[in-house]
Design a binder for this molecule. Structure first.
Ligand code: PLP
Length: 419
């Protein structure tokens, strides 16, 4: 069964043949059937070294037997859905301990749900309507945040989706990451009506762009000055660079945090949490409604617990040094015509002549060239996240030997295939 046949079948069922736009690329996406460690296998049995890792989910590696055995053990006694379980408390306690700003939390089924509920809560808590997000910041696919969004929305040229009522879109202000002036201006104009600033502390959905020195601290200060909340969307960065959140590396404490991806170990997950006085406004303790049949479902909780238990004493430096090596090696060739942005163990190769540090410079990247690079790399057995405005990831299962070979292939692709 070839990918093009499967795509024809899929196209009769799913818009664009896929169940999430980021999975599509021309002429049709490769179909996969199996994964193990750092590797994914397509339907024809071809093997790829994976730097997409389920868009950052599978940090611990695919088909990890230690994790799988613990999941089975944890599930043994907790199959019922829709009832409280001890395991959800254990997972919550691990997260609370690792991320001190999360005094209380709620599990959800996705990062999208997490940011949606966090925003509703921020609006209720402050009694204000406006939300300030970053241009090309991505927080999932609900109406409050699909305004000037990144990731697939930007890759496919639809950063602001039709179908969102104008009244809702108008409640979303858009500033520029790493541009204090643009944020200050919006606060000057609307400060007393802004409920919250929501941002990824490291942009992953415009490609990887780290915060310039002082930018996140500035966001903390200006939100405090105007009585707005600060929400860090750590759906990507949570438990990725350290056993905890990025906020504790940078030393900036948000009021609310959202998480997802790694904390579910491959099962659908999200979480929003933060200051207890804010979280206590959530029903049934408070009057801000939030619910979910599958929230903290036993499978997600078991998978999350097993994954976080596995990662507890793992050496995060290992993944960071491999990613650093990718960056340094590529940078040692001055004529590749790319910018390599890396923050700890995530990176993006931008087809861009200049340093990429904000929205404006990122948009100058050549998306077509990136897709050419993506396809050649795929041919050579390397799978990147498919899109210029995406992040690629190094996880615990990558080995130095395979990363070294991958870098060799990347250089070959950039120097020969692309020309
Ligand atoms: N927030 C960020 C920073 C993300 O990168 C994503 C998805 O990639 C989301 C939220 C949405 O998460 P989900 O796809 O689980 O709904």
């Amino acid at each position: 069964m070839l990918s093009d046949d499967l795509f024809k079948r899929a196209s009769r069922l799913f818009p664009g043949g896929v169940n999430s736009p980021v999975r599509f690329y021309e002429p049709y996406p490769t179909y996969f059937s199996r994964a193990s460690g750092s590797r994914i296998f397509d339907v024809e049995g071809k093997e790829y070294l994976d730097f997409c890792m389920g868009f950052g989910v599978n940090f611990a590696g695919y088909s990890n037997t230690t994790i799988a055995e613990e999941i089975m053990y944890l599930l043994d006694n907790t199959i019922p859905e829709g009832v409280p379980t001890e395991n959800e408390i254990e997972l919550g306690e691990i997260i609370q301990k690792a991320v001190p700003s999360i005094e209380k939390m709620r599990f959800t089924n996705s990062g999208t749900e997490a940011t949606m509920h966090a925003i509703r809560l921020a609006r209720a808590f402050t009694g204000r309507k406006l939300i300030l997000k970053m241009n090309a910041g991505f927080h999932g696919a609900h109406d409050y945040v699909l305004v000037s969004a990144g990731s697939g929305a930007l890759n496919f040229g639809t950063p602001s989706s039709p179908g969102i009522p104008e009244e809702v879109a108008k409640t979303v202000l858009v500033g520029d990451f790493n541009n204090e002036e643009s944020i200050r201006e919006l606060f000057k104009l609307h400060g007393k009506d802004i409920a919250a600033v929501i941002t990824e502390p490291v942009l992953g959905n415009l490609g990887v762009i780290g915060p310039e020195k002082g930018f996140l601290k500035f966001l903390r200060e200006i939100t405090e000055e105007y009585g707005a909340l600060l929400i860090f969307d750590e759906v990507i960065t949570g438990f990725r660079f350290r056993y905890g959140a990025y906020q504790d590396i940078i030393g900036v404490k948000p009021d609310l945090t959202t998480m997802g991806k790694i904390i579910g170990g491959g099962m659908p997950v999200g979480l929003f949490g933060g200051r207890a006085d804010i979280m206590n406004r959530i029903s049934p303790e408070g009057n801000v409604y939030q619910s979910g049949t599958f929230s903290a479902n036993p499978f997600t909780v078991a998978s999350g617990l097993a994954t976080l238990n596995f990662l507890k004493d793992k050496d995060y430096e290992y993944t960071i040094s491999l990613a650093t090596w990718v960056e340094e090696k590529l940078k040692s060739f001055s004529d590749l015509g790319v910018q390599v942005n890396r923050v700890y163990n995530m990176f993006t190769i931008f087809f861009n002549e200049e340093r990429v540090w904000n929205y404006e410079t990122a948009l100058k990247s050549d998306r077509k060239k990136f897709m050419k690079f993506f396809n050649f790399s795929k041919k050579h057995g390397i799978y990147f996240s498919p899109g210029q405005f995406e992040a690629s990831f190094v996880g615990m299962a990558h080995t130095p030997e395979e990363v070294e070979m991958a870098v060799f292939k990347m250089v070959y692709t950039l120097e020969f295939d692309m020309n």
